[in-house]
Design a protein around this ligand. Structure first.
Ligand code: CO
Length: 430
């Protein structure tokens, strides 16, 4: 039986991604899974002193931090942190969205993060996000029907199209969703109806578009996954898997496992729910305080700690192999990639490689080194930011894929499960 046939992890991942069209949905679905595993939510405004052992989590907008304190663990027990991000590049709805041209009703959008514009053309798009209600509550909403489309200009009207599609993000990405006059308030009215809310009670919102095509398997042996938002929901999902496994393991972990799933990585992480802010440091410090630990204990727990920053990586592209370093060409289903950039776009150093390689060895999982072509700039992740902020050694890793940031990405069907196995081993021992 081919190993790709064990689909329990990848099937579960695909259903997670499908039900998580926005960072707010990622966080809600993660919280639901953690609750089911016995984790309890803490509010940042509460006193955390009560009940310090076991699983806890904090939600701040599109970010979620979770950790598990083994019974009897001293306050200075080192942290083992899995870092990831909940957001994906997409098109987000502008404050006054109802617009139109030449008899078409359209919706004004703003580009979020590094979007390859062409990948959003001619896709059937839904709307998702959150509504902030008059009573102070927030409500998730997701319209998973074909509601909008950014139509590509026909080749007959664009003879040079195959020399390159030039798209002006202000003019050419505006989706259509009807005919007739622009009606102010029409979109929000529709969304309110979908959420069973009175539009007059919606005081604020964060709404975005998503491709409604269901995720699935692809390839001669169905050895690939194809889906939106694999970057970086693969890593969030693997991190949850590892944390839940640590909480349920027969032998308690030697560390305090932590999952830090930040928002806004795709736009530089500088926000109250992003990796550049004090969120993680503050939560970890409070978690030590809640166990009766001192500032000294907190600093010892960090000093002995380690972080794996997990984020999607590039597999070698068969049609552009020359864009990759000739001796570092990861392939799907070869195991997680360890990303190196000596200019600190990735935080990995020899120590990080050794810790991750040891976890791979214990988990029986192969891994692949990655470094970019010297003439082509590489991406980055929350790794260097988290490492610099906390002063914790960090290794950047990820599942290799193609079409990163496309509205529909591709990766190996085995790799998400392999990543989860290594992360489970990383937070447990070693
Ligand atoms: Co990413």
């Amino acid at each position: 039986m081919s190993p790709t046939r064990d689909r329990s992890h990848s099937d579960d991942l695909l259903s997670f991604v499908r039900s998580s069209p926005s960072p707010y949905h990622v966080v809600a679905n993660a919280a639901q899974r953690l609750e089911k595993a016995g984790f309890q939510e803490l509010r940042e405004t509460d006193d955390w002193a009560a009940g310090a052992e076991g699983g806890r989590y904090v939600v701040r907008a599109g970010a979620l931090l979770a950790w598990y304190v083994p019974a009897g663990a001293p306050a200075r027990t080192p942290f083992r942190i899995i870092g990831a991000h909940t957001d994906s590049p997409n098109l987000r709805i502008k404050p006054e969205p109802d617009t139109g041209t030449a008899g078409w009703r359209q919706i004004a959008v703003e580009v979020y993060g590094g979007v390859p514009f062409n990948t959003w053309l001619d896709r059937d798009l839904g709307v998702s996000g959150r509504l902030m209600m008059r009573d102070g509550s927030s409500r998730l909403v997701s319209v998973d029907r074909p509601l909008l489309r950014v139509p590509q200009l026909a080749i007959h009207l664009d003879g040079g199209v195959n020399e390159g599609v030039a798209l002006d993000p202000q003019r050419h990405l505006t989706p259509l969703w009807g005919l007739g006059d622009t009606r102010p308030g029409a979109l929000l009215g529709r969304i309110a109806g979908e959420a069973d809310a009175d539009v007059a009670d919606i005081l604020g919102w964060d709404l975005m578009l998503h491709d409604i095509q269901a995720p699935g398997y692809l390839g001669a042996d169905e050895e690939f996954l194809v889906s939106s938002r694999l970057d970086n929901q693969i890593s969030v999902h693997a991190g949850i898997t590892a944390l839940v496994a640590a909480a349920h393991a027969e032998r308690p972990p030697a560390y305090v496992p932590v999952l830090a799933a930040f928002d806004h990585e795709e736009v530089g992480s500088g926000s109250w729910s992003g990796a550049q802010g004090p969120l993680l440091e503050r939560v970890l410090s409070r978690s030590v305080g809640a166990r009766g630990g001192s500032a000294e204990d907190f600093h010892r727990a960090l000093a002995g700690g380690f972080c794996v920053s997990a984020d999607m990586s590039h597999a070698v592209h068969p049609n552009y192999a020359e864009r990759h370093d000739p001796d570092h060409q990861p392939l799907p289903n070869g195991g997680p990639v360890v990303k190196v950039n000596v200019n600190q776009r990735y935080a990995t150093d020899g120590t990080g490689v050794a810790v991750f390689a040891a976890a791979c060895e214990r988990a029986g999982v192969p891994w692949q080194p990655f470094v970019s072509h010297n003439a082509i700039p590489c991406g980055t992740s929350i790794g260097p930011i988290t490492s610099a902020r906390l002063g914790v050694p960090t290794v950047d890793v990820g599942v290799p894929g193609l079409s990163m940031h496309s509205s529909r990405e591709l990766c190996g069907a085995k790799d998400p499960g392999l990543l989860a196995r290594v992360l489970t081993e990383f937070v447990r021992a070693g």
